[in-house]
Design a protein around this ligand. Structure first.
Ligand code: ADP
Length: 166
């Protein structure tokens, strides 16, 4: 039984994330999406909101679950019995960072293997930050954010569609 963890911020999840999730879930028996706590990054969405959004977009994938992870990613992966870390690579910029992380993780725990999925070309420009920028400027998110969660993303980020909180 091969269990993989896909760690990340998912702030918010995009079609690029969903593509990696779908592909990884067809390669491994079980895929755990881990929203990693990162005190250095200020996030636009709470952990609960991100869990909800990820659950919504992966509803049709029975071997996928969503959790919040903490601490060192390899240690977290080990603690839940996973053997593999999944990461996505869009461009050389990702590669340099990811290579460094994967090598450090190898030193930390040699029993965990990092597996990279190459971004599908139509999503290779796509990131959570680009999506946030578009939403903030009232742009069309339909090619970036999965349909099932587009409304909550817009309500949180698009100043013209923001929920009125009483
Ligand atoms: P992190 O803060 O850990 O980089 P992200 O949510 O930004 O979290 O990304 C999680 C993983 O998903 C990273 O490996 C990133 O390279 C990958 N990823 C993000 N967007 C895409 C995309 N459009 N296509 C493929 N992989 C992606």
């Amino acid at each position: 039984m091969k269990k993989a963890v896909y760690p990340g911020s998912f702030d918010p999840p995009t079609y690029g994330h969903l593509d990696i999730i779908t592909r990884a879930s067809s390669v491994f028996d079980e895929l755990v999406i881990a929203i990693m706590k990162n005190p250095k990054k200020k996030s636009a969405f709470t952990e609960e909101e991100r869990i909800e959004m990820l659950r919504k977009i992966t509803r049709d994938l029975p071997n996928v679950s969503v959790v919040v992870g903490h601490g060192l990613t390899v240690r977290f992966a080990h603690s839940i019995g996973a053997q593999v870390l999944i990461r996505g690579i869009r461009a050389v910029m990702d590669y340099e960072y990811e290579l460094q992380q994967a090598t450090a993780n190898m030193y930390l725990d040699d029993s965990i293997e990092t597996v990279f999925f190459v971004a599908r070309p139509r999503f290779s420009f796509l990131s959570s930050s680009v999506s946030k920028e578009i939403a903030l400027n009232n742009g069309d998110l339909s090619k970036f954010i999965p349909e099932a969660i587009i409304e909550e993303v817009e309500q949180e980020l698009n100043p013209l569609k923001k929920k009125i909180r009483l």
